[in-house]
Design a protein around this ligand. Structure first.
Ligand SMILES: *Cc1c(COP(=O)(O)O)cnc(C)c1O
Length: 365
């Protein structure tokens, strides 16, 4: 069997350090926030090239608090892509704002920059580009537009730890960056976790309060806040794993190059790394005309695959209230019908890649 991801293999490769880190937290009894979380925040800020990093309990919470810190609320509109995980849009609704969806640019699967301006209204307050699959959106024109129209840019970097755009790290490019440490993400906790990056001291101060019941000091509740704190054990684990992130990212990139070579001029279309991007291949998605048949054939050969995502946001029953219909965003709809994510994780072997590629080639027509 070739799994889609193999979290156990990764744990075993770093078991001694992880076990020590967890025991350190158990002995310290700093189970929520605390020293290990603070140390991880400092390390992650340094890695990203951001002034501040605030750990929270999920990527969704990171997006929620970034929007609140940016002052987005009821009556505001936030522009984002329809081809994303549902959390991006859910967070916009948590603050009472209205998601305004935009289609993707097919080569990158990311926000089509040329279509953003037409979606701006006097109520628009922010843009959330999603660095889908681990490839940054085309940020310079987005930042230019945001400057011109006085909008806040919040990066959804939940899939893009370590990715770069023209040399700048994902999460450090917009006004705020949001990360998820869900176990399967490129940097994954052993439980839930998330983080917000920013260079803005006011945003950092607000998020620091909001994640911990809006308190400036214990029982001094300045804001109406949340219980969105990152656990000490997760901070300690993430700090160990951050030291391996570059090596794991290079392994993912090498696997992607190998897949690309082996699938050249096959019936599937391999992903494109844009000239401005360092893609970190959280997901390696090919396009296949007969996607369901291919997925079934791979499954019959014990190769696990996934679809990210089979239904764009505008066609989900949960978001029917946005008033869209099939045909509104044709590029996202085509992508949703065609994409298939192949096994991708740092510990994947050359032999496994060759097996997957051969299976795709013999079934991909
Ligand atoms: C995973 C993910 C999130 C949500 O992160 P959680 O930690 O699961 O809350 C948000 N946006 C994108 C694009 C994601 O992939």
């Amino acid at each position: 069997m070739i799994p889609f991801v193999d979290l156990k293999a990764q744990y075993h490769s770093i078991k001694t350090e992880i076990d020590e880190a967890v025991i350190r937290v158990l002995e310290s009894s700093q189970f929520v926030l605390g020293k290990e979380v603070a140390a991880f925040e400092e390390d992650f800020a340094g890695y990203c090239g951001s002034k501040y990093a605030l750990g929270v309990n999920s990527g969704t919470s990171a997006l929620h608090l970034a929007l609140l810190a940016a002052g987005v609320g009821p009556g505001d509109e936030v522009i984002t892509t329809t081809f994303t995980f549902v959390a991006t849009v859910a967070a916009i609704e948590y603050v009472g704002a209205k998601p305004v969806l935009v289609d993707i640019e097919p080569a990158s699967f990311n926000l089509d920059v040329a279509r953003i301006e037409a979606a701006i209204t006097p109520r628009t307050r922010a843009i959330i580009p999603v660095h889908l699959y681990g490839q940054p959106a085309d940020m310079d024109p987005i930042l230019e537009l945001a400057r011109r129209r006085n909008l806040i840019v919040i990066e959804d970097a939940a899939q893009a730890h370590g990715a770069t755009y023209k040399g700048r790290r994902a999460g450090s490019i917009g006004h705020l960056g949001c990360f998820s440490f869900y176990p399967g993400k490129n940097l994954g906790a052993y439980g839930e976790g998330g983080l917000v990056t920013t260079d803005n001291p006011e945003y950092a101060r607000t998020i620091r309060m909001l994640r911990d019941w809006g308190a400036e000091r214990k029982y001094q509740h300045v804001l109406k806040g949340y219980n969105y704190r990152l656990e000490g054990i997760q901070g300690a684990i993430l700090r160990v794993k951050l030291r391996y992130l570059e090596a794991w990212t290079e392994a993912r990139r090498a696997h992607a190059r190998r897949y690309n070579e082996l699938l050249e001029s096959s019936a599937v279309q391999t992903p494109e790394e844009m000239p401005y991007a360092r893609h970190v291949y959280h997901v390696y998605a090919v396009r296949a005309a007969r996607r369901e048949a291919l997925q079934q054939a791979l499954s019959a050969q014990s190769i696990q695959t996934n679809i990210h995502y089979p239904i764009p946001i505008h066609l989900l029953p949960a978001h029917a209230d946005l008033g869209h219909r099939r045909g509104d965003f044709p590029q996202a709809e085509a992508a949703a019908d065609q994409v298939l994510s192949l096994p991708m994780f740092p510990e994947l072997t050359d032999e496994q890649i060759a097996t997957v590629a051969a299976a795709v080639r013999s079934n991909g027509a």
